[in-house]
Design a binder for this molecule. Structure first.
Ligand code: FPP
Ligand code: K
Ligand code: ZN
Length: 481
């Protein structure tokens, strides 16, 4: 892709240098100043797609900068230097779609994720406790790319039968203590792989007892016995209870019963409410700094608890949350950061991008740029070696592959909460998440072609819709544990 005269990279990078050099800041930021007509004529033989990319970046303003350099402003400047070339040009030499953006490299990512499900060298031993996560990220990423993962059913069931703790819940592997995050990732993995034998390998009664031991008197959940209480626990517990159709009554021996609680949902909405911080975001626990990953957990938890329109509006200040979420979309990068004054990162394509689906079911509309997010994922987050990444210069991994793709799906699909969906399923007991459907795919003003559209992903459970409905149906049809 040779661009004679003046490459797109040069055009915007020069402006970027000018901007960070500190002179004429305000003038440079005033829209039309960013690109004169002459410069477009200058681009000579640049293709229409390349010209469109340059025009796009010229329309995206670099925020007003102060003279004071801090470690925050310095790392942000360095980040723009590594990201911009991928938005302006095509350093990966990927084939481009009809909008001049890198096509979704399905094959490379499928090979990458299949490999992530394979053996690991000894250096990865420290990752052993994260095995359920790695399996979940890989399986979920593969389904987002359109792959059938049912061939992995037996391996998945076997792996998790070893990681299941005799007293309930899942650990990272054989002999490890049960943990909320492992139980969440294990449940999602098994639901995604599907199949009766896989479902039957889950001991739902001891899982229910494990979750009962995690419930706290203030309404929240701990991550493990004696461990930290945070909003991940609240979300993971709700996901497992709902997908496995477990009873909402606390087990007889649940410690929280001693403090007057009787159900898993007692005081839960109130506890999540306390996690919304002064700036509108949601934090791990009351009083902490708001963060994208915890925002998704909070919204997900409330979206399991009941219809988002009811629960989100009841327990959260939505206008303030929308302001905080909108502020997370980085300009000109297009992707999201996870918290104020931090850097764009592909995983927040989901942790924040995915929040919009839930928030938009509770209020009229979100305030975000779907195309800009898609642009970041396709142009900057795809790794030439396969898999997706935090940002250019970082290695791809299963986590960033899964959540970049989930975020891309959120940008591309209109996920709709509809009371009329799935009549007969989820009529009692945490049934709200079974009311979602796809309303349509965004194509107008989009920067993706049909072949760049990833699969539909359930906005609360972040696994395929089919897996969600089949799993819940299977456990609704069972008489008891
Ligand atoms: C900050 O890391 C990240 C966190 C404080 C928490 C992240 C938590 C999750 C991704 C998972 C939660 C979800 C579930 C379902 C258990 P950082 O300081 O390295 O990154 P940053 O600079 O982008 O904030
Ligand atoms: K990060
Ligand atoms: Zn990340």
């Amino acid at each position: 892709m040779a661009v004679p005269l003046r490459s797109s990279t040069q055009v915007s990078s020069e402006r970027f240098e000018e901007t960070i050099s500190g002179e004429n800041r305000i003038e440079e930021l005033s829209g039309s100043e960013l690109g004169s007509e002459d410069e477009y004529e200058d681009m000579g033989t640049a293709t229409p797609e390349e010209q469109a990319n340059i025009a796009y970046l010229d329309s995206v303003r670099i925020p007003i900068k102060e003279d004071l350099a801090t470690s925050t402003s310095i790392t942000q400047d360095e980040t723009l230097k590594v990201v911009l070339p991928f938005l302006e040009g095509n350093p990966n030499d990927f084939p481009l779609n009809s909008h001049g953006i890198s096509q979704l490299q399905r094959k490379r990512h499928v090979v990458y994720l299949e490999d992530a499900l394979d053996d690991y060298p000894s250096g990865y031993a420290m990752m052993d406790a994260s095995r359920p996560w790695i399996i979940y990220w890989a399986l979920q990423g593969l389904t987002a790319l359109g792959e059938d993962v049912s061939e992995h059913q037996r391996r998945v069931a076997h792996t998790f039968s070893l990681a299941q703790h005799p007293e309930g819940g899942f650990g990272g592997g054989y002999g490890q203590y049960a943990h909320m995050a492992c139980s969440y990732a294990a449940t999602l993995s098994m639901a995604t792989a599907g199949g009766e034998a896989t479902y039957e390998s889950i001991n739902r009664k001891t899982m229910w007892q494990f979750l009962g031991r995690m419930k706290q008197a203030d309404g929240g959940f701990t991550m493990c016995q004696g461990g930290e209480e945070d909003i991940r626990g609240a979300f993971c517990a709700m996901v497992v209870l709902s997908l496995l159709n477990l009873p909402l009554e606390l087990p007889k021996d649940a410690p929280a019963r001693g403090q007057g609680l009787t159900t898993f949902t007692d005081n839960l909405g109130e506890w999540v409410s306390k996690c919304q911080s002064w700036d509108g975001g949601i934090s791990a626990a009351p009083g902490n700094e708001a963060h994208g990953a915890y925002a998704f957990c909070g919204l997900g938890c409330l979206s399991v608890l009941g219809p988002p329109k009811e629960t989100l509006n009841k327990y959260l200040n939505i206008p303030l949350l929308v302001h905080w979420m909108s502020s997370r979309q980085c300009s000109p990068e297009g992707g999201y950061n996870g918290r104020t004054n931090k850097l764009v990162d592909g995983c927040y394509s989901h942790w924040i991008g995915g929040c919009w689906s839930l928030v938009e079911a509770a209020t009229t509309t979100g305030i975000w740029n779907r195309a800009a997010l898609g642009r970041y994922v396709l142009a900057a987050a795809q790794d030439k070696k396969g898999g997706l990444r935090d940002k250019p210069g970082k290695r791809s991994d299963a986590y960033h592959t899964c959540y970049n793709l989930a975020g891309l799906s959120a940008a591309q699909h209109h996920y709709v909460y509809d009371e009329g969906v799935n009549k007969g399923l989820g009529e009692v007991g945490l049934g709200a998440p079974f009311r979602w459907k796809v309303g349509g795919i965004y194509h107008e003003d989009a920067i993706w072609d049909s072949s760049d559209v990833v699969g539909k992903i359930h906005p609360v459970f972040v696994i395929p819709f089919r897996a969600v409905f089949e799993c819940r149906k299977y456990f609704e049809d069972k008489e008891n544990f």
